[in-house]
Design a protein around this ligand. Structure first.
Ligand code: DX5
Ligand code: ZN
Length: 221
């Protein structure tokens, strides 16, 4: 896979919440491919962020793909609201979905892309019976809840495993990695088989964001 195929998804979790519209515009102009939204409920993860109204209010600032990562219990209750708010991809966590197959189908039935995420401790065999319901897999490379944490190296093996599972299946499924991505590790991360990288603190914590995105892109080469 060449660097041309790699998408960069800045996570707004590390942006300045007092001016999110401007932050979204700045990463779009700075060369981002997706905007990554981290939705947290204070139950599944020990942090609270935002919900559909905020996403809806930002929709007018960008035409990029809105990549919505739900770190919430019982996400099926809110899927429709997030679709209406302008999400293009919704990721649910396997750990929060006893009826994962149905939840993924619900997302697709609403006309957008369905994705599932695995925590660092969750084994990849959970994907075995849902592959045909997936447009993307999000591999967590930190324990979800906060930006700015250190990359957990075992995520690389997991990405390799998932990448060969997808190849064998012949399906077209993206692999996104999320947590602790910096210019120093992104090349190795991409080599393991993912084609979308989320970056929060290494984009919004290193302004101007255009240079931060460029530093990540250049490091992939
Ligand atoms: C963590 C979130 C990540 C996080 C990434 O729960 O899912 O998207 O914001 O932030 P960095 O890139 O700073 O690890
Ligand atoms: Zn995320």
């Amino acid at each position: 896979m060449t660097e041309n195929h790699i998408k960069i998804a800045p996570s707004l979790l590390s942006a300045d919440f007092s001016c999110l519209g401007a932050e979204v515009k700045s990463v779009e102009e700075g060369g981002a491919d997706y905007i990554h939204f981290d939705v947290m409920d204070g139950h599944f993860v020990p942090n609270i962020t935002f919900g559909p109204p905020l996403i809806k209010s930002l929709r007018k600032f960008s035409s990029l793909t809105f990549d919505v990562h739900l770190m919430i219990e019982k996400p099926e209750r809110y899927i429709e609201d997030f679709v209406k708010s302008g999400a293009d991809i919704i990721t649910v966590h396997v750990e929060t979905c006893p009826h994962l197959h149905r939840t993924l189908q619900m997302i697709r039935d609403l006309g957008i892309k369905a994705s599932v995420s695995l925590n660092p401790a969750t084994p990849p065999f959970f994907l075995d019976y849902i592959l045909d319901k997936l447009d993307m897999v999000l591999v967590m490379s930190v324990n979800p809840g906060f930006g700015g944490q250190k990359f957990i190296p075992s995520a690389l093996k997991k990405v390799e495993w998932i990448s060969s599972l997808i190849k064998e299946s012949g399906l077209n499924i993206d692999i996104e990695i999320d947590g602790g991505i910096v210019p120093e590790n992104v090349k190795e991360v991409v080599k393991s088989g993912c084609n979308i990288v989320v970056a929060g603190s290494s984009v919004f914590g290193k302004k101007p964001v255009s240079s931060a995105i460029k530093a990540i892109r250049d490091s992939i080469r």
